[in-house]
Design a protein around this ligand. Structure first.
Ligand SMILES: [Zn+2]
Length: 395
């Protein structure tokens, strides 16, 4: 059935917001038919909502397979104690893991999320993703703890995950490195050989000061962190440059690349990455996870100053309280009030859709797209997101 809806504001994202605009769409397929300015005589068939209509959200970084770890790990410890806590947690029954994955997939859908860029080390999420209304770009993540003698063992382990994933139509699958500090140059080569240049890749980047310390001078917490796990780190030689340069030297600039976290990334490094892979860099920010783990946020003004494309992610429930893009927007509105509503909504929708290669159908209200339609309610008078702001799915 064709429906016509109107709201105080409609945010197409790809064009200017429309006050009292009218959105016409097919509620079977979700396809947008047209978008018009307000009419003086509004027909009675138009349903009016008080609030703001925005396209469905994109969660550009998640680890759905860790959903059972909600509430298991202390906050504010810093990345190295956090990673240690994750690695040394007891094993959970497979049924608990499966149920948590399904519950969170459903919770993300209800919270208005249309597509997810999801890191997977295991096959646990494959069945759920095939059945889900959410579109997934699965990033099968490889690491070898910087141990050259373990590279081939880990390649076969993660290649098996990659080969068994079998994504549904319109979903995506690629092989990705975990982070500069856990991937040898040989493993980067193996990952590059699995992907085609059209594939999208991601890497965790500059989430803690220890990461740059390791690459600059071989100092910081990482050498003893690895030693605690029985890994020999004496063969590692510092590059003398921040960690992101090691990533760029070893990744394929022809792939679209999502750098995740970037809490320590400097203006010069943003510029270097933008030059390295022109028009193909996305900076994914997971503010709640950054506060959860290190109690720090990136300096977003550096990214805005260079017109760098930022999008939003939730990271996993091991380092977040919920998987909700609206909650990420609330955090940014509260701690970085220089980020206005329009900027945050574009990060949460169109930028994320472009990052995941899904902007042909998602991310904005444009005729022919099926972006999902969300209603934001309880905003402040001047269109500011408040703690009380809610999201509901119209379509
Ligand atoms: Zn992550």
């Amino acid at each position: 059935m064709i429906r016509q809806i109107s709201a105080d504001y409609i945010y197409p994202v790809s064009s200017k917001p429309i006050k009292n605009g009218i959105l016409t769409y097919d509620d079977q397929s979700g396809k947008i038919i047209s978008l018009e300015g307000s009419k003086s005589e509004t027909s009675s068939s138009v349903e009016h909502y008080s609030g703001i209509l925005v396209p469905g959200f994109i969660n550009a970084h998640c680890h759905l397979e860790l959903s059972h770890l909600k509430g298991q790990i202390p906050t504010g410890t810093g990345l190295l104690p956090f990673l240690k806590a994750v690695v040394t947690l007891r094993e959970f029954p497979q049924e608990v893991i499966r149920q948590a994955i399904e519950a969170q997939d459903q919770a993300m859908w209800e919270a208005g999320i249309m597509a997810v860029g999801d890191i997977s080390n295991k096959i646990d999420t494959a069945d759920c993703k095939r059945k889900s209304p959410i579109r997934y770009s699965t990033f099968v993540e490889f690491f070898d703890f910087m141990q050259p003698h373990l590279t081939s063992k880990f390649v076969s382990q993660y290649l098996e995950v990659y080969q068994n994933f079998q994504p549904k139509k319109d979903d995506k699958l690629s092989a990705v490195p975990h982070a500069p500090y856990t991937v040898t140059a040989d493993l980067f080569n193996e990952i590059n050989s699995i992907n085609s240049p059209l594939d999208i890749v991601s890497i965790h980047n500059q989430e803690t000061v220890h990461e740059d310390d390791l690459f600059l001078t071989g100092t910081g917490g990482f050498p003893s962190f690895f030693k605690d796990f029985g890994f020999d780190f004496s063969t590692f030689s510092p590059t003398g440059k921040p960690s992101i340069y090691y990533a760029m030297e070893n990744m394929n600039p022809h792939n679209k690349t999502l750098f995740i976290h970037n809490t320590k990334t400097l203006a010069s490094e943003i510029q270097a990455a933008e030059n390295w892979s022109e028009n193909k860099i996305f900076w994914v920010s997971c503010p709640n996870a950054n506060l959860f783990i290190e109690n720090k946020l990136p300096d977003y003004s550096l990214f805005l100053a260079q017109n760098a494309k930022v999008c939003l992610g939730t990271d996993s429930l091991s380092s977040n309280w919920q998987l909700s893009i609206l909650e990420e927007i609330k955090t940014l509105s509260k701690y970085c009030s220089y980020l206005d509503f329009d900027t945050l909504i574009s990060w949460a929708t169109l930028n994320g859709a472009e990052a995941l290669g899904m902007s042909d159908t998602l991310g904005s209200f444009e005729p022919g797209k099926t972006p999902g339609i969300l209603l934001l309610e309880n905003l402040s008078e001047d269109k500011k997101i408040k703690a009380e702001t809610t999201v509901s799915r119209i379509c």
